[in-house]
Design a protein around this ligand. Structure first.
Ligand code: 5GP
Ligand code: ZN
Length: 120
């Protein structure tokens, strides 16, 4: 399930430290080490899937759960959409053309006052 060479597998396993935001049996969320916005959190499945394009129909349930988890974590962070000017951005970079740097599927949650340094 875990890839020995994958930094995000190691973060999910706790062998590389991170600032944890949320965890359950299937997912782990933590603050980005190089935040692009005042709030920048990454949500990952514990299962090592390299990228969104590597997902199979069998991963649909897991990916669906991940997307439903995003607003729950946003709410925990105090940035969920609740009318007015509130809300956040969620991004999944796919491959070099999409700016993906870490090849373990992850959703970014970005929020807070602009300007943002990137991904804005
Ligand atoms: P990608 O470009 O692959 O969509 O995003 C990877 C993100 O992971 C980047 O925003 C980067 O700052 C973050 N990142 C890379 N290595 C680490 C790490 O060791 N710890 C944490 N917390 N974030 C990391
Ligand atoms: Zn991994």
């Amino acid at each position: 399930m875990a890839d020995d060479n994958c930094i995000f597998c190691k973060i999910a396993a706790g062998t590389i430290p991170s600032k944890k935001v949320y965890e359950d049996d299937d997912f782990y969320a933590f603050h980005d080490i190089n935040p692009a916005a005042p709030v920048h959190v990454l949500v990952i499945p514990r299962k090592h899937i390299e990228t969104l394009s590597a997902c199979t129909p069998g991963d649909a349930g897991l990916v669906g759960k991940m997307m439903v988890l995003v607003p729950r974590i946003a709410a925990q962070l105090g940035v969920d959409y609740s009318g007015g000017d509130t809300g956040y951005r969620t991004v999944i970079n796919v491959g070099p053309g999409g700016g993906q740097e870490v090849y373990h599927l992850h959703a970014h949650i970005l929020a807070g006052p602009r300007p943002w340094s990137r991904m804005g």
